[in-house]
Design a protein around this ligand. Structure first.
Ligand code: MSP
Length: 514
C-alpha cells in the first residue's frame, strides 16, 4: 500500500477576466476528489490552485471595468477563492501570479533558460489571439480566425524566443519512455503527432503592453503570459530554491489536471521549458473534456453560463459534486442538463444510497435500542456483503490513479446495489418477529457495509459522507482508509444518534422547472 509518498496535484490557474463558472469548478473538483482520496489513503498531499493574472486578456478586462489591473485582479481572484470555499475544495495553497514569490520564480526560470542558451532575441511577426493568449501561424487560421474560433490580431514586435524546435526529439523520447505522461490515450496521440509534425521556436516575450512579469535585464519586454503562468506550478513548491524540502518532496508534480483546450501548453511547452532549464517534467498531465449546457456551447453571449453557486443553491453541494463526476466519463465532453441532474439525485442518491442508509438506520433505531446491533454468527451472504465492501478500496484506488472517477463511483454503487438487494432478500422486517438475533446480524452486516461505503464516498461527498458516519457513531479519527477492514469494525452496543435522511429527493418547484 502506498503510504506516506508525496502527491502533488494542481489545477490550471484561472484567468481573472471572468466570473467562475461550472467549467472552472469541474477542473478543481476533480483535483479535490483526488487530493482528498490520497490524504485518506495516507499520502502527503499538496493541492494547488490559483489565478492567472497577467497578460493582455486580463489587462483588457481591467480596462473595460475601468479599474487598475491589480485592483481588478484582487477583486476577481477573490471570486475564485469564494468558489473554493463554496465547493468545499481542500486546496493547500492558492497562488496568484502577481505575488512576489511568483515574480521571483518566473524571472529565475527565465535566467536559467537564458544561461543555458535556450533564449535568443529576435522579432515576431504573426497572428496573436488575446482570448487564447496564443500565437498562430498563418497556415493555422481558419476563415481568418484562430482554430479555436477566437479572433486574431496581427502582431509585429521585438521578441525573445525559446528554442522549442530543439526539443522535438527529447519530447518524443519522453512521451515514448513515459506512456502515462499524457492522458487519456487519444489526447496523448494528438500531442505526439503535433510534436512529430515539427516545432517552431516560441515567442516568449511581448513589448506592446506592460501587464506582466518584466524580463530580467530588459524592461522593455514582459514575459509571455503562458511561460509566466506555467511556472506557477514550481513557484508554489519553492522554486528557485530547488534544495528546499517542499521542492524535493513535491517536484515533479504527480498530476497537472487541465482542460483539453490547454493541453498543448502543458504537454509540449511546459515539459520543454522544464527540460531546457534542467528541471524534471511533471509525471502526468490529464486533459478532461468540456461541458456543454443543454446541448449548447456555454457562452456569455448565449446567456447560458452556469454558475456553480446557483447550482449549489438549487441542488445542494454534494449532489452537485457527485453529478459532475458521475455523469460523464472523465476525459469525454459532456452535456449538462437539469433533467439529468435531477435524475441522478433522485436515482443514485435518494433511491439507492440514501434509501439504503435511511432504511437500515431507522430499523436499527427502532429495533435495536438505538445502538449498533449485535453481530451474530456470520452467514456466507453476510460475509459476501461485507467482503464486497472491503474489497472496494484497491479497485477504487486503481481507477482513481487513472482519473476514472465515473468508474470509481460505479464500482462503489455496485456495492450499494448489492446491499439494497441483500436488504430485500434478508427482509429484516420479517426477522424482527421470527428471529430477532438474525435480524440484528443482518442489520450489523448492513451497517458495517455502509461504514465502508461512507468512508469511500468522503472524497466525492465530504459533508454527506460525514453525516452518515456520524449516524453510525464512527469516531472522527477513524475515518481514513486505514480504518477500513475488520480491525475498526463497528462495535455492537455503541449508542447511535437519531437517524435523519441525508439525500432528500429533489422536487422541482414550478419556478425552477419553468
Ligand atoms: N489561465 C489559463 C490556464 C493557465 S494554467 C498554467 C486558462 N484559464 S481559464 O480560466 O480560461 O480556464 C481554466 C480551465 O477551465 C481550463 O482547464 C478549461 O479547460 C476549463 N474550462 C473552461 N470552460 C470549460 C467548460 N465549458 N467545460 C469544462 N472545462 C472548461 O486557460
Amino acid at each position: 500500500m502506498p503510504t506516506g509518498t508525496p502527491y502533488y496535484i494542481t489545477t490550471p490557474i484561472y484567468y481573472v477576466n471572468d466570473a467562475p463558472h461550472i467549467g472552472h469548478a469541474y477542473t478543481t473538483l476533480a483535483c479535490d476528489v483526488l487530493a482528498r482520496f490520497m490524504r485518506l489513503d495516507g499520502r502527503i498531499v499538496h493541492f494547488l490552485t490559483g489565478t492567472d493574472e497577467h497578460g493582455q486578456k486580463v489587462e483588457k478586462s481591467a480596462r473595460a471595468a475601468g479599474m487598475d489591473p491589480l485592483a481588478f485582479c484582487d477583486k476577481v481572484s477573490q471570486n475564485f477563492r469564494d468558489l473554493a470555499r463554496a465547493m468545499n475544495f481542500s486546496n493547500d495553497d492558492f497562488i496568484r501570479t502577481t505575488e512576489q514569490r511568483h515574480i521571483i520564480a518566473s524571472q529565475a526560470i527565465w535566467n536559467e533558460l537564458k544561461a543555458r542558451g535556450q533564449i535568443y532575441l529576435g522579432s515576431y511577426a504573426g497572428w496573436y489571439s488575446v482570448r487564447d493568449e496564443a500565437f498562430y501561424a498563418e497556415s493555422e487560421l481558419v476563415d481568418g480566425k484562430a482554430p479555436t474560433g477566437a479572433d486574431v490580431e496581427w502582431v509585429e514586435e521585438p521578441s525573445y524566443f525559446f528554442r522549442l524546435s530543439a526539443w522535438q526529439q527529447p519530447l518524443l523520447e519522453h512521451y515514448a519512455a513515459h506512456p502515462g505522461f499524457v492522458a487519456p490515450e487519444s489526447r496523448r496521440n494528438e500531442v505526439v503527432s503535433f510534436v512529430q509534425s515539427g516545432l517552431r521556436d516560441l515567442s516568449i516575450s511581448r513589448t506592446s503592453f506592460g501587464w506582466g512579469v518584466p524580463v530580467p535585464e530588459d524592461p522593455d519586454h514582459i514575459m509571455y503570459v503562458w511561460l509566466d503562468a506555467l511556472t506557477n506550478y514550481i513557484t508554489a513548491v519553492g522554486y528557485p530554491d530547488t534544495a528546499s524540502d517542499s521542492f524535493r518532496s513535491f517536484w515533479p508534480a504527480s498530476l497537472h489536471m487541465v482542460g483539453k483546450d490547454i493541453l498543448r501548453f502543458h504537454a509540449v511547452y511546459w515539459p520543454a521549458f522544464l527540460m531546457a532549464a534542467g528541471i524534471a517534467p511533471p509525471r502526468r498531465v490529464f486533459a478532461h473534456g468540456w461541458w456543454t449546457i443543454e446541448g449548447q456551447k456555454m457562452s456569455k453571449s448565449l446567456g447560458n453560463v452556469i454558475s456553480p453557486l446557483e447550482l449549489i443553491d438549487r441542488y445542494d453541494l454534494d449532489p452537485v459534486r457527485y453529478f459532475l463526476l458521475r455523469e460523464v466519463p472523465f476525459g469525454n465532453d459532456g452535456d449538462f442538463s437539469h433533467r439529468q441532474m435531477v435524475h441522478r439525485i433522485n436515482g443514485d442518491l435518494a433511491n439507492d444510497y440514501g434509501n439504503l442508509v435511511q432504511r437500515v438506520l431507522s430499523m436499527v433505531a427502532k429495533n435495536c435500542g438505538g445502538a449498533t446491533p449485535d453481530d451474530g454468527a456470520r452467514r456466507p451472504e453476510d460475509a459476501a456483503l461485507i467482503g464486497a465492501a472491503r474489497d472496494l478500496l484497491p479497485v477504487v484506488r486503481e481507477l482513481l490513479e487513472e482519473q476514472s472517477f465515473h468508474k470509481a463511483l460505479e464500482a462503489i454503487w455496485e456495492v450499494v446495489g448489492q446491499a439494497n438487494r441483500y436488504v430485500d432478500e434478508q427482509a429484516p422486517w420479517t426477522l424482527r418477529r421470527t428471529d430477532p438475533p438474525r435480524m440484528a446480524a443482518v442489520l450489523y452486516a448492513l451497517a458495517e457495509a455502509i461504514r465502508h461505503l461512507a468512508i469511500l464516498t468522503q472524497p466525492f461527498m465530504p459533508q454527506a459522507s460525514a453525516r452518515i458516519l456520524d449516524q453510525l457513531a464512527v469516531p472522527a479519527g477513524e475515518r481514513t482508509f486505514a480504518h477500513l477492514g475488520p480491525e475498526h469494525a463497528l462495535r455492537p452496543g455503541t449508542p447511535l444518534p437519531r437517524p435523519e435522511g441525508v439525500f432528500p429527493r429533489h422536487v422541482e418547484t414550478a419556478e425552477a422547472s419553468a
